[in-house]
Every structure is written in structure tokens, then in C-alpha cells.
Write a protein that binds this ligand. Structure first.
Ligand code: HEC
Length: 170
């Protein structure tokens, strides 16, 4: 898919280049997430201790369900990037709203719901994305360039945070 080829390296580059520290509210994405291969954190480099924090797997069905939303996220974020450069705040606001409005997978209620198989950190990142998209929309409606740019960076960073764990790109 054409969009994946250009947008994913971008998304992963955002946190690497801008590297603003994640706010305290951000769920900690395991820093040692492997970019490919088995979904298990490698042991720390300077320790003989075995790996103790496996990264929870995301079921294949869930991945498939996410596909359409992700493709739309890719289109929206790409449009936001162009609009931020052009200082087209109306388009930034509209596309940020579209990201915020994407239906999210519902958190499980009790342990008998199907969604209980999804790791809690996934829901945290989904919500973080929603809130950051709303913050971007608000900044764009206020036509506040510096705030828009900062909000855009942290939105892209959130995409990268989740992909680092569950959609690693080699
Ligand atoms: C809460 C986790 C999470 C967040 C946040 C997230 N993604 Fe994803 N994304 C995924 C997962 C999981 C996949 C892999 C789905 C699969 O295996 O097919 C994915 C895949 C993708 C793909 C590839 C789709 C395909 O069909 O190949 C694109 C494009 C994408 N995401 C864009 C984005 C953008 C842009 C954002 C931020 C605006 C974002 N994603 C935020 C979890 C997330």
C-alpha cells in the first residue's frame, strides 16, 4: 500500500528526531520493544537477568479490524502535515477532528468480553491519540501556529509509540 511506504518511516522518525519526553500521563511503551521478530522484550543489555516483561500480543483478528482505521489515520495525518506547512489551519482542524472521531475499540467490561484479550496499554494509547488529536484541533481553531506544530509533533509521536510496540517496521 503506497501510503504505508512513506508514512510509516515518518511516524517512526517523529519521536526519534523531535524526542520530546512523553508526558507523565502517557502509558509507557516498552523501550526495549523489538522492531521485528518475537513479541518478547530482550533482556537489558547490562544485566544477566532473563527477560521478565513480555510485550502482550495483539490478536490477528484485532489487527485486521484496525486496518481500515489505520489507513484513514495515515491519510489524515499526511493531510495534516501538508496543511501545517501551508498554515492552512481549517484543514488541520478538520483532519485532526477526523482522527479524534475514529471509533475506538471499546475497553472490556469484566473479563468475559472479547476485548479483554487486548492489552490495556493499547486502550491507553488509543485514548491518548484521541486527546492529542483534539488538542491539535483546538490549536488549529485558535490559529496558533507554534501550538499547532507542537500538537502535531505529539500526535505523530503517539502513532509511533503504538507502532513501536505492535506494528514494528523493520
Ligand atoms: C493504539 C495503537 C495505534 C495507534 C495509536 C496508531 N496505530 Fe496505526 N497501527 C496499529 C497497528 C496494531 C497496526 C497494524 C495493523 C496490522 O497488523 O495490520 C497499525 C497499522 C497502521 C498503518 C498500516 C495500515 C495497513 O493496512 O498497512 C498505518 C498507515 C497506520 N497504522 C497509521 C497510523 C497513524 C497515522 C496513526 C496516528 C494518527 C496511527 N496509525 C496510530 C496501531 C496503532
Amino acid at each position: 500500500m503506497a501510503i504505508c511506504r512513506w508514512i510509516i518511516p515518518c511516524l517512526l522518525a517523529v519521536p526519534a528526531c523531535a524526542a520530546p519526553p512523553a508526558p507523565a500521563s502517557a502509558p509507557a511503551a516498552p523501550a526495549t520493544a523489538a522492531r521485528a521478530g518475537p513479541v518478547t522484550a530482550p533482556p537489558p543489555a547490562h544485566s544477566a537477568a532473563p527477560a521478565t516483561t513480555p510485550i502482550p500480543e495483539l490478536p490477528a483478528l484485532v489487527r485486521r479490524l484496525l486496518d481500515g482505521r489505520m489507513v484513514r489515520h495515515g491519510g489524515d495525518l499526511g493531510a495534516v502535515e501538508v496543511a501545517v506547512k501551508a498554515e492552512d489551519w481549517a484543514t488541520v482542524a478538520e483532519r485532526a477532528r477526523a482522527i479524534a472521531d475514529e471509533p475506538r475499540l471499546a475497553r472490556p467490561v469484566g473479563d468475559t468480553t472479547l476485548n479483554a484479550v487486548i492489552p490495556p496499554a493499547f486502550f491507553d494509547l488509543q485514548d491518548l491519540l484521541h486527546h492529542r488529536a483534539e488538542a491539535l484541533e483546538a490549536a488549529a481553531r485558535a490559529q496558533d501556529g507554534p501550538r499547532v506544530r507542537a500538537a502535531y509533533e505529539s500526535l505523530g509521536e503517539t502513532c509511533g509509540q503504538c507502532h513501536q510496540v505492535w506494528f514494528p517496521v523493520p
